[in-house]
Design a protein around this ligand. Structure first.
Ligand code: NI
Length: 175
């Protein structure tokens, strides 16, 4: 098994978090190493999802694991994901993001979503996601299009959070 590397997670605001990512053209050893690093970085944080741009890799790839602390790990790698169906029913969850630490706000999204994607072996897959997993995959797919969960909040709230994050970044740079 190749050794894994923890990657640095970008904190909002950062121009790389606002860009549309490029499709992965080839699921090769480099992409598998990237996926392993992303999972390792996500578990270390800890978080339930991490997208390429959050570590400065502008490619359409994200990882999730929504199994919870006491369950068997359930790592998933989604490459070039596309929504193929979503429910009319919606769900509201308190969302957070590793690029916006310690901020949690309710966001409403479709309750169920189906996505097609390539897995870490480059095989085409289609999976229906519900509950927390549905929220996680939609949140992560947004990252690949330069959208953050705070973009669903009011302008005022978003500005307050951005100010807080700028302060946090300054503090961390000093530490
Ligand atoms: Ni996020």
């Amino acid at each position: 098994m190749p050794s894994m590397t923890l990657r640095n997670i970008l904190i909002h605001p950062d121009p790389r978090l606002k860009k549309v990512c490029e499709p992965v053209t080839d699921v090769d050893a480099n992409i598998r190493k990237l996926a392993d690093d992303m999972l390792e970085t996500m578990y270390d944080a800890p978080g339930v999802g991490l997208a390429g741009p959050q570590i400065g890799v502008m490619k359409r790839i994200f990882v999730i694991d929504c199994s919870g602390e006491n369950a068997t790990p359930d790592p998933m790698v989604l490459i070039n994901p596309k929504v193929t169906w979503e429910s009319e029913e919606e769900n509201t969850y308190e969302e957070g993001c590793l690029s916006i630490p310690e901020i949690y706000e309710p966001v409403t999204r479709p309750e169920l979503v189906r996505m097609s994607y390539l897995d870490a072996d480059g095989k085409p897959q289609e999976t229906e996601f519900d509950a927390l997993r549905a929220t996680a995959v939609q949140h992560e797919l947004d990252h690949l299009d330069g959208v953050l969960f705070i973009d669903y909040l009011s302008k005022m709230k978003r500005a307050m959070i951005t100010t807080k994050m700028k302060k946090l970044k300054k503090e961390r740079a000093r530490a």
